[in-house]
Design a protein around this ligand. Sequence first.
Ligand code: DX5
Ligand code: ZN
Length: 216
Amino acid sequence: MACILAPSLLSADFLNLNRDLEMINRSEADWLHLDVMDGVFVPNISFGFPVIEQVNKVCKKPLDVHLMVVEPQKFISMVKACGAYQMNVHYEACLHLHRTVWNIRETGMKAAVTLNPHTPVELLEDILCDLDMVLLMSVNPGFGGQQFIRQSLEKVKRLKAMILRKGLTTLIEVDGGVNLTTGKLLIEAGADVLVAGSSVFGADDPEDMISRMKQL
Ligand code: DX5
Ligand code: ZN
């Protein structure tokens, strides 16, 4: 079965966002991934809700919003108001993760928990059944275009085994350094959703790259 592909807007041309969003609409991409960074949780600042709201007016694909911010629970209603399909919060940023996950679900959005590269998947043992998706970071969050961390493959395998053992249907998404080579390895390891920024938007023909990644 083909993976779910979520190109990451972070690598798009911000001076030609409309053009890049039209390309996403025409393409075989399944979702659009949006990275919100606050300069505190990660050492970078990206874009915020006013931008996502405008993107939602043009983009026909479901919006997968990845919050790299401290206290993400403060922004649930704002993410919902932007038209997001799914909200990803970092495990490392949530003191009361169970409450946050349920507050997200109550809005009707899908709830996903993101793990930094150093955070073991085993920490999700007691909350996995409440999640629609787990997002495994395969780079340290904050920047596009970084090198894929190989140990992520083992994490995907361990998480897949946990999901199967519990009889769940939780999706596994992987974000960071995903290209045709690492994407293939990730799918073999058990990933369901691939996020791809620079490998898509940096390609000579991004639409063709999306179809090639969908064929992995
Ligand atoms: C990184 C972001 C990613 C980023 C991935 O912190 O979460 O979504 O856009 O970029 P690439 O695919 O270039 O590694
Ligand atoms: Zn991301």
